[in-house]
Design a protein around this ligand. Sequence first.
Ligand SMILES: C[C@](O)(CO)[C@H](O)COP(=O)(O)O
Length: 224
Amino acid sequence: MCSTTKMMSNGVFILLAGGSSSRMGGDKKELLPLPEGDNALSRLSQMLEQGKLIKHLHVVYAPMHEEAIRQAVALFTGRITFSPAGTTRQASVWQALEQLSAYAPQWVMIHDGARPWLTHQLIERLHEGLAQHEALLPIIPLTDSLKRLDAEGVVVEECDRRSYGLAQTPQAFHFDAIYQAHKALQRGNFSDDTSIYHAHHGRHAQSILGEIGNKKLTYREDLA
Ligand SMILES: C[C@](O)(CO)[C@H](O)COP(=O)(O)O
């Protein structure tokens, strides 16, 4: 019990804002005004500032937006560090983890900067889960039917939607476990971090229930 409590004390939250936002027509999605005001990065950093758990925020920035991204997260008063984006999401996370290893964190949460409506409750549930699990991710059950298609778009399988879920972020890990996975698989192009964890360790992450409100801004319509 004592070692678990100690393990939980030193963590870092990575906010990814290094992408090109090509599906948003090139406008940097993490900096676009949200309907309620602010932008995704300023909203997220202020939310983290108000919570008690996150004492170290690490921001991955797209170099051409570095100044605006630094300004957006400026209200976070804990430790804040930065690294530039790599050529893929995976490369960006690896560069961040490598830089952060100097701080010897015990856990890390990796979050899309384009999911502005993250809540304290989800962060706290993930943090609690890390006492028992090495890797965790929030999942949303499917509410639409699920079909598998061939290359021509013809339905070739009716899938049981109860066996599938939509993966969200933050994805949470014991730091060494995800650091070793990224270190070993640097040249891949995985779309999220629990898949890198699985590819390296051969173990799947534990899911917890995600939040429907924790949506990702991908297309302009997502801002409505
Ligand atoms: C990490 C992620 O949000 C999990 O659903 C998703 O894979 C990110 O995808 P994107 O294409 O980088 O927005």
